[in-house]
Structures are given as structure tokens and as C-alpha cells.
Design a protein. Structure first.
Length: 152
């Protein structure tokens, strides 16, 4: 089973995005996908080579042809990258998706662990933000004090 063959409506690729083209076409070249996603063609080929992307269809001339479903998957991969998930874990997740529904438990565990990591990072960033806010407040107050001293 490939990522595209997942039967559930809550596909592993995440929520379906609006059609990306006004004419409703569902075929994209690698350069179009690079423009839409901000990824380089090199990165897209690497994702395919390491197993992070499902099999990408090819035209009769061998040119890669991505679909909206592939773009949805890339959206999810981008979100997983933002979480700090290691590439090896992302590849493992993609493998689990391809293996089928019996891997839901493993996928759940992997995503739950990643979520816990994200929450820990958010807490750390909130602490950092509090320090910055205190410093900003200090300098704002100090600047006002200096300004009022200078006007005397």
C-alpha cells in the first residue's frame, strides 16, 4: 500500500488543500512543486530517494509528475520538519503509512512523542520570551528615566 492508497478519509497526508490551480489540474512538474513548496528540486529528489516521498508517477518521457495528494504529503513533511523530528523518524513514519492500517499504534506513538517534544520546546521558548519581556521592560523604564533626567 502506498501513501496515496490510504483508504481513510483522515489521510495521513493531513487535510486536503484547496486545488492549487484554478483549472483543477492535478499534475505538477518538479519545478512547479519546487515553486509551490519552496523546496529545491534536489531536496524533492532526495526525499524520493530516501523513501520519505511515495513513488512519484512519471510521464512517458520519465519526467516526475506530482499530484495534489503529493503536495498534501509534502505539507505534512514540512510540518514534521518544523517540529524538529529527525529525518530518520519521518522516513519511518512514511514507511509505517505505506505498510497499512495495522501500524496505527506505532504511528500514534511516534507522533505523540514528537508532540511531547514540541510542547517541551514551546515551554522553553515561553521561558525565553519571559526573559526577553523583562529585559525589554527594564530598558524601556531605564530609557524613560534617562530621558526625564535629561530634561531637568
Amino acid at each position: 500500500m502506498t501513501v496515496r492508497e490510504t483508504t481513510r478519509t483522515d489521510s495521513c497526508a493531513g487535510p486536503r488543500q484547496q486545488d492549487r490551480r484554478p483549472d483543477g489540474r492535478d499534475r505538477y512538474t518538479i519545478s512547479e512543486v519546487a515553486a509551490l513548496t519552496g523546496l529545491t528540486a534536489h531536496t524533492l529528489r532526495w526525499y524520493e530517494r530516501i523513501g520519505l516521498m511515495p513513488h512519484i508517477d512519471r510521464s512517458h518521457t520519465g519526467q516526475r509528475r506530482y499530484t495534489n495528494r503529493d503536495l498534501d504529503w509534502l505539507d505534512l513533511v514540512g510540518k514534521l520538519r518544523l517540529t524538529g523530528m529527525p529525518v530518520a523518524d519521518m522516513v519511518r513514519y512514511a514507511e509505517l503509512v505505506r505498510e497499512g492500517d495495522h501500524t496505527y499504534g506505532e504511528r500514534f506513538d511516534l507522533l505523540k512523542s514528537t508532540r511531547e517534544d514540541v510542547l517541551a520546546r514551546i515551554a522553553e521558548l515561553q521561558g525565553t520570551l519571559a526573559v526577553l519581556d523583562r529585559k525589554i521592560s527594564f530598558y524601556a523604564d531605564a530609557g524613560q528615566a534617562l530621558a526625564s533626567e535629561g530634561s531637568r
